[in-house]
Design a protein. Sequence first.
Length: 351
Amino acid sequence: MHPLDFILGFVSTDMGIDLGTANTLVCIPGHGIVLSEPSVVAVKPGTNKVLLNGRAVGIVAKSMLEKAPSSISVIRPLKNGVIADFDITEAMLKYFITKVHKRKWGVRPRILIAIPSGITAVEKRAVVNSAERAGAREVYLVSEPKAAAIGVGLPVGEPEASMVVDIGGGTTEVAVLCLGDIFTHESLRIAGDELDEAIVQYVRKTYNLDIGHRTAEQIKILIGSAYPLEEELKMEVRGRDAIAGLPRATNIGSEEIREALKEPIDKIVHAVKATLEKTAPELASDLLTNGLVLVGGGALIKRLDTLLAEETGLPVRVADDPLTAVAKGTGYLLENLDLFKAVLYDEDLQT
Ligand SMILES: Nc1ncnc2c1ncn2[C@@H]1O[C@H](COP(=O)(O)OP(=O)(O)OP(=O)(O)O)[C@@H](O)[C@H]1O
C-alpha cells in the first residue's frame, strides 16, 4: 500500500458500481444511488477523445444515439454484458467517478463493481485495470446476481435457497443462491437489447416500416408484455417507410408486440427452467416457498411474472425497484465489506 493511500482513504468516498450494458449506477454507502446514467459515450470517430470536453457521456451521449452525424461516433462500450471497448469503458468510468466526487482533488475511492457471472478471468482483470486507471485505490468485484439478491434483501447467507432472475440490457442472469454463494446459474446473452431488436424486425416485416432501436425500446416499455393483458394497449409508431423511404406513422397493438417478443422471452423462460433442473432437490423444495425474484429493467415487462409463475410453478415477484437492485447490493456489500470478506468465502471479492 502506498503511504498516501492511507491518508487519501479518509477523504475518499467508497462506491459500488453496477457497470451495466444499458445503464451504469453508482451507490454510495449511507447515501444510496447517487448516479444512474446510460452506458453511452460520444467520441470523435476513430479516437477515444470524448466530445464536449469529456462531458459527452451518459444522458448527454444517449440523446445523440442513432441521430449523430458522421463526425460523431456514439458508442455503447459494453455489449452483451462484457466490455467491448476497454479504453472507452475506462473513460466512462473515470467520468462517472469524477462526477460523483464533484472533482475533488486526488480522490481515490475503494470501488466494488458488479459484473456478469459469465465473464472470464481476463475480462475480470480488464474491469479491475480500467477502474484502477480511472482512479480507484482498491477494486473489488462481485457477480451481478449475488449483488442483486443482496440488494433486494434475500437471505443469501442462510442455509435456504433464494433465486434471482436479472434481465438487463445485454444479459439475463439466473441464479440460485444458498449459504452466501451461487449454487447454480445460467447466463444468457438475451435480454432487453434482443427484445428491442425483435420489435425492429417485426415492424419492418409486418408494416414495411423501419424504426430505430430507441423507438423499439419505447414500444417495449409502453406496450410490451409476456402474457395477455386485462386491457390490451395500442400506440402510434413513427418511422420511415421501407419502400417509399418517407416518414410514416402506424398504430400497433400490444398483442402484436407480444407475438414479436415471444421467441426471446421463451429463451429466458427456458433458461430459468434449465437452472431449476440443475438445482439440488433440497434447494428446489425451498424455492417452492421462497419463489423467485425478478430484477433488472426487463423485470418490468408487463406480466412476465405471471408467465414465469405459470411455467415454473413457483411464486414470482418483481423487486420493488428492479433497476437499482444490483447497485444497492454493491452499496450494502461495501458497507459490510469486512464482514462479507470474513464470513462469505467469495472469490469474486478477490482482485
Ligand atoms: N418498463 C420497462 N419495461 C421493459 N423493459 C424495460 C423497462 N425499463 C427498462 N427496461 C429495459 O431494461 C434494460 C436495462 O436494464 P438494466 O439497467 O437492468 O440493464 P444493465 O444492468 O445495464 O444490463 P446488463 O445487466 O446486461 O449489464 C434495457 O433493455 C431497457 O430497455
